[in-house]
Design a protein around this ligand. Structure first.
Ligand SMILES: [Zn+2]
Length: 523
C-alpha cells in the first residue's frame, strides 16, 4: 500500500509519496524530504486531528518521509495523506487491500477535513499514474468527480476513516465512473459566470460597435473600445462574452484546472463550461493580475485563459502592470520568477480594453470640449503602451447616444449576432483539422499564406491600405486575419475586397489625429 499527495508548482506539479515509519526513540514526529513551511506545520495539525478523531497518536518517534525529496512541497493539502499514512502504519486502519491511494485534504485540529485548492490537477495527475483510489474532502467531491475512472472516496471528518475505506464507501462515497456517466452532463454544464447572460440587445444604437464585437468574437481578435464616459464601453465589454461559443471538454478541463489551483471552484461545483470572463479593477495588485503570492496562485490573466480579460478604464491600470501584460499577450502564458524557481501558468486570453480617449474624456465628443493638452493626451496613451496597443486588431470608437436612440429599440441582439459567429468557428475548426479550432487571431505565418490568399484586386487594395496607414508587418498581418474572419462570418472561402476594406476600417479609429494614430493604430 502506497499513499500519495500532490504538490503544485504553478500549472504543473508532482505526485508526492508519503511514507511513515514508527520506531522506538524520542517521541514526536519528524518530516523529511524538503518540506515547505505549510507542510512543516502539518505535523502539529495532524497530531491534534488524529487525537481528536478517536485515534491514538503513536508514542514512538514518527518519521514522515515525502518523496521525491528534490521537489519543494507547497500547501496544506498533505495533512490527510500524512494522517492516513500514520493510521495505517500504526495498524489503526487496514488499507492492505489498496495498492495505491491519492489523499488530498487539509485537517482542522478537531479532525474535520477541509477542501484544498488544486484538487482537479492533482486527480488528473493521479489518473495518469493509474492510481485507482482517491480520497478527498467532501467539499471537493464534485470537482474530483469530473475526472473519469477509478474510485473516489470523500470524507468530511478524519474519524470516518475508522472502519478503513470499506466503512466510508457505505456512507459517503460514490464511484467516479458512475458520476461521470450518469450525471456528467449536469456537472459539466455548470456555469457561474453571469456575464454570459448580458445580451447585446441592451447596447442600443451601437450597431458599428456590435459588428466589431461580432468579428472579434468569431476570430478571437483583441479589441479596444474608445469613447467618452457614457458611450456604453463598459456595457459593450460586459455583453461581449455572450457571443462566444461554449468550451469543449478538453478546453473545459484545462480552464477548470487553473480555477481549481486558484481555489475558485466552490463546494459542489465542477467544470467550467463557458469561457471565463474576468474584469479586474484597475486598483488590482500585480500579483492579483499576473499571479504569484506565497502559495503561487494563478492571476487574472490565467483565470481568463481561453476566455476574456476585460480591462475597463485601461489607462488607469498601473503602467508596470500594463507592461507586464506583454508576456501573456505575446506568448499566451505567464511566468512567475521566485527564489525557489520559476513557475508558469497558461494565459491565452482574448484582451478587451475600454478607455476614455483622453484624461478628461471629452476628446472627439460632438458637443463637449476636451480640456487636455496634446502632451497630456500623449502621456495618457503612452501609459497603455504601443507594444500592447499593437496587439489589438480591432479598435472601436464609441460615441454618446442621442436620447431618442436610447429610448428606441435595441437593434441586433446576442442571438442574432451569435449564429454567424458559430459558423465562423466551425470554418476555423475545419481548417485546423482538429477538434480544437485554431483561432484566426492565432494563425501562424505559414497558415496566413495558405488561408488568406488575395486576388489581384484585393492585393492592390491591401497594398494601398498598408502604405496609407503605414502599417507594421504585424499590423498588416492582423488586417489579413481580421479580413479572414469577416469572410468566415459570411461563410466564404475567398477573402473579398469588401472584407479587406472592413478589416482596415476596424483597424483605425475614425477621426484619430496624428498623435493618437501613432499610439492607437501602431506602426
Ligand atoms: Zn480631454
Amino acid at each position: 500500500m502506497k499513499i500519495y499527495s500532490y504538490s503544485a508548482e504553478g500549472f504543473t506539479g508532482t505526485l508526492v509519496s508519503v511514507e511513515v515509519d514508527t520506531r522506538r526513540g524520542l517521541p514526536g514526529p519528524d518530516i523529511v524530504g524538503l518540506p515547505g513551511g505549510a507542510v512543516r506545520e502539518a505535523r502539529d495539525r495532524v497530531r491534534a486531528a488524529v487525537r481528536n478523531s478517536g485515534f491514538v497518536y503513536p508514542v514512538d518517534r514518527v518519521l514522515i518521509s515525502l518523496a521525491p525529496a528534490g521537489v519543494k512541497k507547497h500547501g496544506s493539502g498533505f495533512d490527510l495523506a500524512i494522517a492516513t499514512a500514520i493510521l495505517a502504519a500504526s495498524s489503526q486502519i487496514d488499507l492492505t487491500s489498496y495498492e495505491e491511494i491519492l489523499a488530498l485534504g487539509e485537517l482542522e485540529l478537531c479532525g474535520r477535513v477541509r477542501p484544498i485548492p488544486g484538487v482537479l490537477p492533482a486527480v488528473i495527475a493521479g489518473r495518469r499514474r493509474a492510481i485507482r483510489n482517491t480520497l478527498v474532502a467532501q467539499a471537493n467531491m464534485a470537482e474530483a468527480a469530473a475526472v473519469r475512472g477509478g474510485t473516489l472516496y470523500a470524507v468530511s471528518h478524519l474519524r470516518e476513516l475508522g472502519g478503513g475505506f470499506a466503512g466510508i464507501r457505505a456512507g459517503t462515497t460514490r464511484r467516479m465512473r458512475a458520476i461521470g456517466d450518469s450525471c456528467g452532463a449536469q456537472t459539466y454544464g455548470h456555469s457561474r459566470n453571469d456575464a454570459h447572460h448580458w445580451d447585446l440587445g441592451r447596447l442600443k444604437g451601437q450597431e458599428r460597435a456590435k459588428r466589431a464585437l461580432q468579428i472579434a468574437a468569431a476570430g478571437r481578435h483583441n479589441v479596444l473600445l474608445v469613447g467618452p464616459p457614457g458611450s456604453g464601453k463598459t456595457l459593450a465589454g460586459r455583453c461581449f462574452p455572450s457571443l462566444l461559443p461554449p468550451l469543449d471538454r478538453d478546453a473545459s478541463l484545462e480552464v477548470s484546472q487553473i480555477h481549481s489551483l486558484a481555489g475558485q471552484i466552490g463546494a459542489g461545483q465542477s467544470l467550467l463550461r463557458t469561457p471565463p470572463f474576468r474584469a479586474p479593477h484597475h486598483s488590482a495588485s500585480r500579483e492579483g493580475i499576473l499571479g504569484g503570492g506565497r502559495h503561487i496562485r494563478p492571476g487574472e490573466v490565467s483565470l481568463a485563459h481561453l476566455g476574456v480579460l476585460f480591462l475597463d478604464e485601461a489607462a488607469l491600470f498601473r503602467k508596470s502592470l500594463l507592461q507586464g501584460l506583454r508576456e501573456p499577450v505575446q506568448d499566451h502564458r505567464v511566468s512567475i520568477a521566485r527564489a525557489d524557481g520559476t513557475f508558469w501558468f497558461p494565459a491565452d486570453f482574448q484582451l478587451v480594453l475600454a478607455t476614455n480617449p483622453c484624461p478628461c474624456g471629452n476628446y472627439g465628443h460632438p458637443t463637449r470640449e476636451c480640456l487636455c493638452s496634446e502632451v497630456e493626451r500623449h502621456r495618457y496613451w503612452a501609459r497603455v503602451g504601443s507594444a500592447l496597443l499593437d496587439r489589438i486588431d480591432i479598435r472601436v470608437p464609441m460615441v454618446p447616444l442621442e436620447a431618442e436612440t436610447v429610448l428606441g429599440s435595441g437593434g441586433f441582439s446576442t442571438a442574432e449576432l451569435r449564429g454567424p459567429v458559430l459558423q465562423a468557428v466551425a470554418m476555423q475548426r475545419q481548417r485546423s483539422r482538429s477538434p480544437l479550432p485554431r483561432w484566426n487571431a492565432r494563425m501562424e505565418p505559414g497558415d496566413v499564406e495558405r488561408y488568406c490568399v488575395l486576388d489581384a484586386t484585393c492585393r492592390a487594395v491591401f497594398g494601398q491600405a498598408v502604405a496609407s496607414l503605414s502599417l507594421s508587418t504585424r499590423a498588416s498581418y492582423a488586417v489579413l486575419l481580421v479580413a479572414r474572419t469577416i469572410a468566415d462570418l459570411a461563410g466564404r472561402q475567398q477573402i473579398g475586397e469588401m472584407d479587406l476594406l472592413e478589416a482596415v476600417a476596424h483597424r483605425r479609429l475614425a477621426g484619430a489625429e496624428e498623435e493618437e494614430r501613432r499610439f492607437i493604430i501602431g506602426n
